[in-house]
Design a protein around this ligand. Structure first.
Ligand SMILES: NC(=O)c1ccc[n+]([C@@H]2O[C@H](COP(=O)([O-])OP(=O)(O)OC[C@H]3O[C@@H](n4cnc5c(N)ncnc54)[C@H](OP(=O)(O)O)[C@@H]3O)[C@@H](O)[C@H]2O)c1
Length: 226
C-alpha cells in the first residue's frame, strides 16, 4: 500500500489531498496542529493516521519521524502554509514576517531533513512542496505581498537545492502552485475550487518522473517560470 504524509491536513487543500489519497487506498499520515478539533479529517474513511504536528517545532518533527521510522513514505506533501500579515509598504510587521518564513520556507526543509530516509526507502520517492505563483519572481507584475511572496520564493529556492541534493538518493522534489483556491487562505471568491485544484495536482504528481525534479508546476500541469 503506497503511503503519503501531508502537513496541514485538517482543512483546505491539505484536507482534500488526505481525502483523495485515502479514497484511492493509500495509507495517509495526516498531520495537523490540533487533531482533537480536526472533525472533517477524522471523518475520512480509509487508512488514515492522525498526527499532531506544528511544522515550526523541530523536536516534534524528530519525534514523529522516530514514531514512524519503519514506514516508507512514498510522497511527502509539504502543504502547511501561512499567508502572514497583509500589510502595505511602510507597515511591515517584521516579527510576523519571520514567523511566516519559519512556516513556509523553513518548515518544508525541516520536514525533508527529518523524513528523507522514510522517502528514500519508498517506491515513489517524491517530495511535493506546495508553493505559490506569488513566489515566482518573473510572475510578479503587481508588487506588494512582501511577506508571503518572499517566503514562497525562498521555498522555491529550497525546492531547487533539495532537488539537486537528493538526486543521489533517487528522490524527486517539485514545487507546485495549486491555483488561487477557495480555501480560508484563498477566500471564497477565488476562481479555483478545492476539488479542481487537488485533482489537477494529483495528475501532476502521478506524471512526475525523475526528469522533472527541480521543476515548478502549475496545478494544470504547465511549468511556471521561477
Ligand atoms: N488557497 C490559495 O489560493 C493558495 C494559493 C497558492 C498557494 N497556496 C498554498 O497552499 C497550501 C494550503 O493552503 P490552503 O489554501 O489550503 O490554506 P488554509 O485553508 O488556510 O490551510 C492552511 C493549512 O496549513 C496549516 N498550518 C498553518 N501554519 C501551520 C504550522 N505552523 N504548522 C502546521 N500547520 C500549519 C493550517 O493549520 P491550522 O488550521 O491549524 O491553522 C491549515 O491546515 C499553503 O501552503 C498555501 O500557501 C494556497
Amino acid at each position: 500500500m503506497p503511503t503519503v504524509l501531508i502537513t496541514g491536513a485538517n482543512k483546505g487543500i491539505g484536507l482534500a489531498f488526505a481525502k483523495s489519497f485515502a479514497v484511492d487506498g493509500w495509507k495517509v499520515h495526516a498531520c495537523c496542529r490540533q487533531p482533537d478539533k480536526a472533525v472533517d479529517l477524522k471523518s475520512i474513511e480509509g487508512n488514515v493516521a492522525l498526527h499532531k504536528l506544528e511544522v515550526t517545532d523541530g523536536l516534534r518533527l524528530a519525534g514523529l519521524a522516530r514514531e514512524i521510522i519503519d514506514e516508507p513514505i512514498d510522497i511527502l506533501i509539504n502543504n502547511a502554509g501561512y499567508f502572514g500579515p497583509r500589510m502595505p509598504f511602510g507597515e511591515t510587521d517584521y516579527d510576523d514576517w519571520a514567523y511566516t518564513f519559519l512556516v513556509n520556507s523553513m518548515g518544508p526543509l525541516r520536514m525533508a531533513e527529518h523524513f528523507v530516509e522514510h522517502v528514500a526507502r519508498s517506491e515513489r520517492r517524491l517530495i511535493v512542496n506546495i508553493s505559490s505563483k506569488m513566489g515566482s519572481l518573473s510572475a510578479n507584475e503587481s508588487g506588494g505581498g512582501y511577506v508571503y511572496r518572499s517566503s514562497k520564493a525562498a521555498l522555491n529556492m529550497v525546492s531547487k537545492s533539495l532537488a539537486i541534493d537528493l538526486q543521489e538518493k533517487g528522490i524527486s522534489v517539485i514545487a507546485v502552485h495549486p491555483g488561487h483556491v477557495q480555501t480560508d487562505m484563498g477566500g471564497e471568491d477565488a476562481p479555483v475550487s478545492i476539488s479542481k485544484s487537488v485533482s489537477g495536482l494529483r495528475k501532476v504528481i502521478t506524471k512526475v518522473t525523475e526528469a522533472d525534479t527541480g521543476k515548478f508546476f502549475n496545478y494544470d500541469g504547465s511549468i511556471i517560470p521561477w
